[in-house]
Design a protein around this ligand. Structure first.
Ligand code: AQP
Length: 332
């Protein structure tokens, strides 16, 4: 059975992009077909200026939303990254095979470093080395497949490169993982700026649908989505990104095809209305289950405790093997 690993950062409230690009697939497909681990990657949330209490709150909320979106602790392992020391242990060893040039080429690093600079803040070393920690998250578990949205594909590629390099230099230790992308909605775009990814750390939030947005808020955001001045509903990602984004969201929510759906609409208004309703319907069961789970925090804690125990036992042999292979004296 293939081993699957993926994670989500508690850097903001989870979005429709997170759900359609990753979480839904984890629940509907991956946990049934693979030996799957899913992780709230809280160490990654410390790479930019952050409020400690907020990170803690968002970590709990992310775990609760993952369960609400259908992850079943009987079928998969759900845990919090900082509860399993092996991630940080392995990250250091992988830093010893990664290069400075590789880190500086990462698109997300360039974007986030520029954002920090624009705010007059200095860039944390951990922002630069974040992809190495992500490689450790993946490689510690002998992962075969990493189901992610398109924005994370470059980081998974780095994890592959580090695994291959380590294996060649120090002997076979790691499985070589690959990214798997969803067929539609691999990159849900911001509704106000459709050339930019819908991200959870967006400051205004107007172009971002959050998983816990009330139905009327969802409707308002979708109805106000930026499109363009054309009249015809066509699917063209390059020339009509706003429209293409709506068609992709509608397709992902209804199981359709964006190109085919474009032929069914004569006005932008009708497309927006149907898209808004489709999103509301997709979010409804997640929000209902989230409400139930919030009433039982002990359950969520128990799931995370058991998940961390299982994850630790899975990661330790690989991380110990990497320590031995790279030349560290085993502890006695
Ligand atoms: N807009 C998106 N479309 C499709 N997939 C997406 N994912 C994120 N945004 C979209 C996928 O969700 C998974 C978890 O994401 P993450 O927590 O690693 O990254 P993020 O949401 O991009 O987080 P940030 O960096 O905290 O937010 P921003 O970008 O606003 O700064 C991943 O599989 C990701 O691909």
């Amino acid at each position: 059975m293939a081993r699957v690993f993926s994670g989500i950062q508690p850097t903001g409230h989870l979005t429709l992009g997170n759900y359609l690009g990753a979480m839904r697939r984890w629940a509907e497909v991956d946990q049934h077909q693979a030996d799957a681990l899913f992780c709230v990657v809280d160490l990654h949330a410390l790479t930019m200026d952050h409020d400690p209490a907020r990170v803690r709150r968002l970590s709990r909320q992310a775990a609760t939303l993952l369960l609400a979106s259908g992850l079943d602790p009987e079928l998969c392992t759900l845990f919090v990254q900082s509860h399993v020391d092996e991630h940080a242990r392995l990250s250091y060893v992988l830093e010893c095979v990664a290069t400075d040039g590789e880190m500086r080429r990462m698109i997300q690093y360039k974007e986030k470093a520029a954002k920090e600079a624009a705010r007059g803040r200095s860039v944390r070393v951990s922002l630069l080395t974040y992809p190495v920690l992500m490689a450790a998250d993946i490689l510690a578990y002998g992962t075969d497949d990493v189901p992610v949205g398109e924005d994370q594909a470059q980081h998974v590629e780095l994890a592959r490169d580090l695994a291959v390099r380590f294996n060649q230099r120090y002997g076979h230790t790691f499985a070589v993982p690959r990214a798997t992308l969803p067929a539609v909605a691999a990159r849900v775009m911001n509704l106000q700026e459709p050339t930019r990814k819908m991200g959870k750390s967006d400051e205004s939030g107007l172009g971002v649908v959050y998983l816990l947005d009330e139905p009327d808020v969802v409707r308002k955001k979708v109805m106000r989505a930026v499109t363009d001045s054309g009249r015809e509903v066509v699917y063209d990602r390059e020339e009509r990104p706003g429209l293409a984004n709506l068609l992709e969201i509608l397709a992902a929510c209804t199981g359709g095809d964006p190109e085919v759906l474009s032929g069914a609409y004569e006005s932008y208004g009708a497309l927006k209305k149907d898209t808004a309703e489709a999103v509301v319907e997709v979010l409804r069961p997640v929000q209902d289950r989230h409400r139930e789970l919030c009433a039982d925090p002990g359950y969520v804690e128990g799931v995370l405790r058991a998940g961390a125990g299982r994850a630790r036992a899975m990661a330790r042999p690989t991380v110990d093997a990497a320590y031995r292979a790279i030349g560290l004296l085993p502890a006695v």
